[in-house]
Design a protein around this ligand. Structure first.
Ligand code: AHM
Ligand code: MG
Length: 337
């Protein structure tokens, strides 16, 4: 009989023994993110039977309609982390202000930022959904964390990852020592190691973008997407278009097979749609750790200096050569293709 795959808890503790990257309460914190995933996945599996589809009638801090599942996923994250004492602050896409836990400080230095339900427009059509998380440390010894302490550059993240609710539930994370993926075995309620040390191909042949926004884009973005559709066997074009409406699912495919996901800035909205601190930064850390690249079009995502908790940023992410090509078009260096 072959070896039984490692559970998430076992794998993280082994890694912790090997490297200092996963020190302190970080292993427990990642396991608790896994618990959130199990709880949400359980609701999602029966969503059509539980009266949890549709909207709440509220508008969130982003000015977007709140789905019932957005609220449930957010409450699940908050409740789990309220109880476990593993973080001293958390921030969510669904909450205007961070939640501070003065009682946990200074015993724990970790702060968690998350998008509790990524791809909310997919909830009512049984399409993939996700959650994205980022962990940063609060270093001060003499003052409680405040909102500004959560707004940190991507390079300061100590862990990041995502939950993917697709045909399986997966947890993919990095603590800055490679990227590892776990698949939830619903029969035993454990995440088992299914994708160790993920490496993204240097170039893919898939592009993932909401092309319905074409007329809103600047010339460089339009030219890049047109370039991907031209026949050229030497550069394996045309690329295939794949867009699920769930950033996590699209980035996960690209992480495994290569390619590029774009949510570019638009002429009237140069900051784009996605949020820097709990969407772009954590995915950038994962993808960079797998050997890929994440850019605003003009700079590395993880070098963007955050000004606000809910700040938006244009995002190009995926295989390093594909992202470089996109940057060149966007910067006007390859207008002719
Ligand atoms: P959300 O966190 O409110 O769901 O928004 C993020 C989502 C991404 O998952 C997805 O790639 C994108 O927004 C889809 O937006 P659009 O419908 O504009 O293409
Ligand atoms: Mg999102």
């Amino acid at each position: 009989m072959g070896q039984f795959p490692l559970t998430l808890g076992r794998f993280i503790s082994q890694k912790q023994a090997d490297d200092q990257g996963a020190s302190g309460g970080l292993p427990g914190l990642l396991v608790q993110v896994g618990l959130v995933g199990k709880l949400i996945a359980q609701d999602l599996r029966r969503a059509g039977l539980l009266n949890i589809l549709g909207t709440t009638g509220q508008i969130n801090v982003q000015g977007e309609t709140v789905k019932k599942l957005d609220e449930i996923a957010n409450e699940t994250f908050v409740k789990v982390f309220e109880q476990n004492g593993l973080v001293c602050a958390l921030a969510s896409e669904e909450l205007e202000k961070p939640v501070l836990f003065p009682e946990n400080w200074p015993q724990t230095k970790y702060m968690l930022l998350f998008d509790p339900l990524d791809g909310s427009s997919n909830t009512d059509s049984n399409m993939p959904l996700g959650a994205i998380f980022s962990v940063v440390r609060f270093e001060s010894k003499d003052r409680m964390p405040t909102e500004d302490a959560l707004a940190r550059k991507g390079t300061e993240q100590v862990a990041a990852g995502y939950l993917l609710y697709g045909s399986s539930t997966m947890l993919v994370y990095t603590v800055g020592q490679g990227v590892h993926g776990f698949t939830l075995d619903p029969g035993i309620g454990e995440y088992l190691l299914s994708h160790e040390s993920i490496l993204i191909p240097a170039r893919g042949k898939v592009y993932s973008v909401n092309e319905g926004n074409y007329q809103k884009w600047a010339a460089g973005t339009k030219q890049y997407v047109e370039y991907l559709k031209i026949f050229d066997t030497a550069t394996r074009r045309p690329y295939s278009g794949r867009y699920s409406g769930c950033l996590v699912a699209d980035v996960h495919r690209i992480l495994l097979d290569g390619g590029i996901y774009l949510y570019p800035g638009e002429l009237a909205k140069p900051e784009g749609k996605l949020r820097l601190l709990y969407e772009a930064n954590p995915l950038a850390l994962v993808v960079e750790q797998a050997g890929g690249r994440a850019s605003t079009g003009t700079m590395r995502i993880m070098d963007v200096e955050p000004k606000q908790l809910h700040q938006r940023v244009p995002l190009l992410i995926g295989s390093s050569n594909d992202v470089r090509d996109a940057e060149e078009f966007i910067q006007g260096k390859r207008p002719g293709g």
